[in-house]
Design a protein around this ligand. Structure first.
Ligand SMILES: Cc1ncc(COP(=O)(O)O)c(C=O)c1O
Length: 374
């Protein structure tokens, strides 16, 4: 059997990794400024993470959601504390798309309505409802076109209110900072306005923090830069540092009922151990402070490069915009400088999503390489 060939691949085969360094099968070393699509939060193969997962696997790796699993309560409690979101309840699942799918479904259950407002250049995943609110027709099949969705420009509260006035909107979904699209974000006034309008028109505000969450923006959640309180928050990527675990934080004012949501694998023992290890490391190693310190340094250095026309994003979710498309630059960075970076829907933007414990020394390596290549 062959693989269903949906990914254009770089010719690199990683076999080992530690911190922000990856080695390929020929023992070539790479600097990882992309964390495999923003997944690596506490660094590759962090010793605490490896020890906790190994111990958990030696005890029990999986049992279903039909029995008690105290690790789930431990994870929910710890996540509430570390993120300062103690007035939310947690539903655990497996991927970012699934988290958004469940959040959208809860909004529709609770309000009895079905239309969703999302934003231009958004990315929310590839499952049915999630892809229908993603602004990319190319990844929507005919079967994904039945959900009523209104896609609006960012930062236009007038148009949001016009759409909400029709009375059929169950939720507004927005990324804390746009990831795949290219690091654009709502202003504080916009986020605050969305919160107010959602209250007024009885729609639920869903913050997709799948890429921008878990400390990446320099706050635990990117929306916390704007002092708002969403009804639901979706998380994945950095939550498990590579183990596939995701979740929906659902405000405690929204009541659960048996059977409303469910999953076979979500919240399994190994996933919870990964989630707990990540939170413990973020807290004990002060990683959010590191994000802010390294981010300031990175931005100062990037500003010295003339070819960098615009710097977008926050924390260690940074976009460097150039006059030209960055496809060739990314290839040079991988094959000649041995540095992983990311692209975006905005083809002129280089996306930087390193592990949250990256050092300024490692940033220097990148800046020197970039200066050489632009
Ligand atoms: C903001 C955002 N939402 C949702 C998703 C989908 O997550 P997953 O690929 O885990 O389904 C992504 C993935 O890139 C994302 O960046």
């Amino acid at each position: 059997m062959n693989l269903f060939d949906v990914y254009p691949l770089y010719d690199v085969t990683p076999v080992k990794a530690m911190g922000s360094t990856v080695w390929d099968k020929d023992n070539q070393q790479y600097l990882d400024l992309y964390g495999g699509h923003g997944v690596i939060s506490v660094g590759h193969s962090h010793p605490t993470y490896v020890a906790k997962l190994t111990a958990q696997l030696n005890a029990i790796g999986f049992y279903s959601n039909a029995v008690q699993n105290p690790l789930q309560q431990q994870l929910a409690k710890k996540l509430g504390e570390v993120s300062n979101c103690e007035d939310y309840n947690l539903f655990l699942c497996n991927s970012g798309a699934e988290a958004n799918e469940n959040a959208l479904k809860v909004a529709s259950f609770v309000t009895g309505k079905s239309r969703v407002i999302s934003f231009e250049n958004s990315f929310h995943g590839r499952t049915s409802a999630s892809v229908s609110v993603t602004d990319n027709k190319k990844i929507q099949a005919a079967i994904n076109t039945f959900n009523p969705v209104t896609i609006l420009p960012l930062n236009d509260l007038f148009l949001v209110e016009k759409a909400l006035e029709k009375g059929d909107v169950c939720s507004v979904i927005i990324e804390g900072i746009q990831g795949v699209g290219g690091l654009d974000e709502g202003t504080t006034d916009f986020f605050k306005g969305l919160e107010k309008l959602c209250w007024k028109y009885e729609a639920l505000l869903i913050l997709d923090e799948i890429q921008s969450g878990y400390g990446r923006s320099g706050a635990f959640f990117a929306f916390q830069h704007h002092q708002i309180k969403p009804d639901m928050i979706t998380v994945a990527k950095g939550m498990g540092n590579g183990y596939p675990i995701a979740g929906v934080l659902i405000h405690e004012s929204i009541k659960a009922s048996y059977g409303m949501l469910g999953t076979t694998f979500g919240g399994n023992h190994l996933g919870c151990a990964a989630g707990l290890a990540v939170l413990e490391i973020i807290e004990e190693e002060g990683l959010i402070k590191n994000v802010n310190d390294v981010s300031d340094y990175f931005i100062r250095q990037a500003k010295t490069i003339d070819a960098v026309k615009k710097i977008k994003g926050k924390g260690l979710m940074i976009g460097l915009e150039f006059d030209d498309e960055v496809g060739d630059l990314r290839k040079k960075l991988i094959y000649e400088e041995h540095i992983f970076t990311g692209g975006a829907m905005n083809k002129k933007l280089l996306r930087i999503l390193p592990p949250l414990n990256i050092t300024t020394k490692e940033i220097d390596v990148f800046i020197t390489a970039l200066k050489k290549r632009v």
